[in-house]
Design a protein around this ligand. Sequence first.
Ligand code: NI
Ligand code: MN
Length: 227
Amino acid sequence: MKITYYGHSAFMIKEGNFTFLIDPFISDNPHLDLDTNQLKADYILLTHGHGDHVGDALSIAKNTDATIIAPFELATYCERKGAKVHPMHIGGGFNFDFGRVKLTQALHGSAVFEGDDIIYTGNPCGFLLMINGKTVYYAGDTGLFLDMKLIGELNKIDIAMLPIGDNFTMGVDDAVYAVDLLKPALSIPMHYNTFGYIMQDPEEFVDKIKEKNYEGKVLEINKEYEL
Ligand code: NI
Ligand code: MN
């Protein structure tokens, strides 16, 4: 599978004939200078309503006819803004044309801020993306939770994408603990160094999990990897 990290928590995954964008925070992303019109996707996975995750999802969905997969309340919000959506909810999985998606819990908030209004968009989530025999666990914005052990027991995770920024999500040490619970073949850190609150050294995360005999990799921004 081909994976491109756009910084923050934004990824593109290509597998088979399908292209996925996850939490595509592109145009306001200080890590990037990328024209969103260049991005094409079949599916856009959104974990929660915060601006650094919904990002450019609505415009990309409209430009490319991509389907947004999100928790029901957030999916309904996107549908009312004109996007094609597939609503799901935590604990539920669905067999799509490309493979299977299952929503996992995330300990966080979820709301869209429009002018003076705060529009709550239900619970935040993480995703298990199962495609061509590979399983990716994208934790979303979350604190550490013990049910990650269950996610690790029920799924043979090939790649885990885990937030390490602290302040809004797990920090490095909690993310290292999460790896122990999830037991993924490869862990990729995300949600760091975008704003002042979440400055971290991602190599510290990789070094600490290597001490426990797990594999980790810091992805360079806007570079495609075959993983
Ligand atoms: Ni958030
Ligand atoms: Mn965030």
